[in-house]
Design a protein. Structure first.
Length: 405
């Protein structure tokens, strides 16, 4: 609470915490982040910026009116006028502008992003085939700029990305487990490779350090390292293969798009200031903390191996009911991949193949941490002996996650 009410302490007595931001909670990081932005606003002496846009073409009109503006001009106070409408922008029109802009930037006609997940609450990933739009990289730079501008303006924006893309924004290496939310079938193959002896299975005769990628409907073979197609995957080198193929499919294939986005984003917000946050917190910084109805969540949860009256389930809901909004957001991110709740509530939660309720599955490894499968909205919850053990392990899983070969 001390830091939250006086973020300047992080530049003085508590400056060591900035070197290890894991020790700070999200509210403290956000308070410090905002104080630094406001400091820059004062130093930059930014003016104001006015645009006039048509509702049906907000993305296109704002792109043409803002793309040639300097970063200093973009930092200015933005006033929005909707063509053929009366109204003075005292803040409400700006909020409405960001709502429409976020909706239109994901319009499939621009081919910039592809939705991951079915139904009304997908997350988005840069489209590796976005080059079908000749101006795609210029658009990505604009999108990066405008998302940073929304943060600068303190306006939560309805833009929910895949966990791997938040990592790209933060320059955090992707991990093969990030593949589960984007390509669940391929993720299962990688998981099988890591958990089984590829030499004994005979797979090393078939698998090598190359991969097929699709470009404009045609398959192309690329080497993951020099002479990769002639280098078999063995039990000894399989971890290197998994790392390289993950990097190729999730980073290299969309590298130009990521770089263009970051070019625009970093014009307004420096990487060093952003490095306070992890990928889950970045989502909350961009999109805000939603309000969660635990009763609605509980009534739309399915159980496998447990019943609603199982002691572990009762303890779990007791923990969730005591959560603040940040912890609830972390739980939803952990299990579903995003903090977003569909407009119709938890009954409309979506999985990879359509409607998929929140799932709690019984796990018999009593002393392991809870784990999750985001493409199925599934929490794997061990059958702990005590409430205290559940509380402790659940919080470790939510705060730290658990990745690694």
């Amino acid at each position: 609470d001390l830091i939250r009410h006086n973020p300047a302490l992080l530049e003085g007595s508590f400056t060591a915490l900035l070197r290890n931001p894991k020790l700070l909670d999200f509210d403290n990081k956000r308070a410090y982040f905002k104080s630094q932005l406001h400091k820059h606003k004062g130093e930059d002496r930014v003016g104001s910026l006015r645009i006039s846009v048509r509702r049906a073409q907000v993305f296109e009109d704002s792109y043409h009116q803002l793309r040639m503006r300097s970063p200093e001009e973009i930092k200015g106070r933005l006033y929005v006028h909707f063509v053929n409408e009366e109204g003075i922008d005292a803040g409400g029109l700006l909020r409405e502008f960001y709502v429409i802009l976020a909706r239109q930037m994901f319009n499939p006609n621009y081919a910039l992003f592809k939705p991951i997940g079915e139904g009304g609450s997908p997350t988005f990933q840069p489209n590796r085939s976005s080059g079908i739009n000749k101006d795609h990289l210029s658009y990505f730079t604009f999108v990066g700029r405008m998302i940073a501008k929304a943060i600068w303006d303190g306006q939560p924006i309805e833009a929910y990305f895949t966990r791997s893309f938040y990592k790209h924004i933060l320059n955090i290496p992707v991990h093969y487990t990030d593949m589960e939310a984007v390509e669940p079938g391929f993720y299962k193959s990688l998981k099988w490779i890591l958990e089984n002896d590829v030499d004994a299975s005979g797979m090393s005769d078939e698998l090598n350090f190359s991969a097929e990628i699709e470009e404009f409907g045609k398959l192309k073979v690329v080497d993951l390292k020099p002479n990769g197609r002639n280098t078999p995957v063995t039990e000894e080198n399989k971890q290197e293969y998994v790392r390289l193929v993950t990097e190729m499919r999730m980073t290299t294939a969309i590298k130009a798009q990521i770089q263009a986005f970051l070019q625009g984003f970093h014009e307004l917000i420096s990487p060093s200031l952003l490095s306070l946050f992890n990928e889950k917190e970045l989502e909350l910084l961009i999109s805000g903390l939603p309000t969660y109805d635990v009763a609605d969540m509980r009534s739309n949860t399915d159980y496998t191996g447990y019943t609603p009256s199982s002691p572990v389930v009762q303890w779990f809901w007791e923990l969730v009911e005591g959560f603040g909004q940040e912890e609830k957001a972390l739980l939803l991110q952990f299990v579903t991949g995003t903090s977003k709740v569909p407009l119709g509530g938890f009954k409309e939660l979506q999985g990879m193949s359509g409607p998929q309720k929140f799932q709690v599955h019984r796990v018999y490894r009593k002393h392991s941490l809870p784990s999750a499968h985001t493409c199925f909205n599934q929490l794997d919850l061990p059958e702990y002996d005590t409430k205290e053990e559940l509380f402790k392990n659940m919080m470790i899983a939510l705060r730290e996650g658990h990745e690694g070969f």
